[in-house]
Design a protein around this ligand. Structure first.
Ligand code: NAI
Length: 328
């Protein structure tokens, strides 16, 4: 039996609740790998976390190798092969975006340092907690002993949302839709790229010829889907967010099928004219060994170029707001 140690922060929260059973069940790492969960929470949430751990025990998963529960990031990150940084400071009524960025910055400085000090040498990191691109930038900037290509922020939920919406419109199954990309920020400036997407191997714009729908309905629908779920459900996306994170991890450990790609926000080396060092949503392929490569050579029309510029501008503003937290 192999063993994999997976840190999940915000482990008593609703996304983690939808995630932990699936992580422990063997679904992600297979039946021959024991999963040891390292669960991080803030001190007041430790009693609730105890309850989640009781439920994990009560599932009786043969693949659950153990549970570490702590409010100390150094302990949580000790020896972990994967770190899913879900916990974040929620936006409260009357809070400015800048205040939210700063509150979260403190959390991700500490977690970046803890990962660099304690994680296993092969660690892969996914930031889910919002604002996830900028939180990832902060953690990476404070955890530079870990190579840049190991750090990602989650755009996979947006990717899955876009795939499903295109499939519905075209009247095909989700599996017929490939080459979807979420460019830029996980926010309502993201660009869900239908121009490079495919349906049954052909341009999606051949199957969906209503360009006005793509530009004025599809794009805003994906950008604001999170808010629509909150309105309908009275709570933010949890099942689908957990699923997006788990799809991301599955993609890291499974090679991406030829002719397709996934969406992930990674640290730019200047691809597509994005300044190096930004955490930007890109199309990526995985070698199945935990390594993502940005797909290069795609082109954008004027509509796409404007969308890319808008999301880059927002990310640059976010970076400016947390600059004091970014060591050179
Ligand atoms: P939640 O409020 O139910 O849970 C968050 C948990 O994080 C809480 O239990 C809280 O105690 C914990 N936490 C706060 N500070 C922490 C710290 N310093 N260390 C460890 N834990 C800490 O929120 P939910 O619904 O589970 O969402 C979690 C995050 O994921 C939010 O930031 C949300 O915006 C984000 N999200 C991101 C998505 C994406 O596509 N990237 C999609 C959906 C949610």
């Amino acid at each position: 039996m192999k063993t994999v140690r997976v840190a999940v922060t915000g482990a008593a929260g609703q996304v983690a609740y939808a995630m932990l059973g699936r992580l422990a069940s063997g679904e992600i790492f297979g039946p021959d790998t024991k999963v040891i969960l390292h669960l991080l929470e803030i001190t007041p949430a430790l009693p609730a976390l105890e309850g989640t751990a009781m439920e994990l025990d009560d599932c009786g998963f043969p693949t659950l190798g153990g549970i570490v529960m702590t409010d100390d990031p150094m302990k949580a990150m000790d020896g972990v092969n994967f770190a899913l940084l879900v916990g974040a400071f929620p936006r409260k009524a009357g809070m400015e975006r800048k205040d939210l960025l700063e509150k979260n910055a403190e959390i991700f400085v500490g977690q970046g340092k803890a990962l660099a000090a304690k994680a296993a040498s092969d660690v892969r990191i996914l930031v889910v907690g919002n604002p996830c691109n900028t939180n990832c930038l902060i953690a990476y900037s404070n955890g530079r002993d870990i190579p840049a290509e190991r750090w990602t922020a989650m755009t996979r939920l947006d990717h899955n949302r876009a795939r499903s919406a295109l499939a519905k419109k075209a009247g095909v199954g989700n599996e017929a839709v490939t080459c979807v990309t979420i460019w830029g920020n996980h926010s309502n400036t993201q660009f869900p790229d239908f121009t490079n997407a495919k349906i049954n191997g052909k341009p999606a714009t051949d199957a969906i010829t209503d360009r006005a729908w793509l530009e004025t309905e599809f794009v805003p629908m994906i950008q604001t889907r999170g808010a629509a779920v909150i309105k309908a459900r009275g709570a933010s996306s949890a099942m689908s967010a957990a699923n997006g994170a788990l799809d991301h991890v599955k993609s890291l450990v499974t090679p991406t099928p030829a002719g397709d790609w996934i969406s992930a926000a990674t640290i730019s080396k200047g691809e597509y004219g994005i300044p190096a060092g930004m955490v930007f949503g890109y199309p990526c392929t995985s070698d199945g060994q935990g390594n993502l490569t940005i797909v290069e050579g795609l082109s954008h029309d004027e509509f796409g170029k404007a969308k890319l510029a808008a999301t880059l501008k927002e990310l640059q503003e976010e970076r400016e707001a947390v600059k004091p937290m970014l060591p050179e």
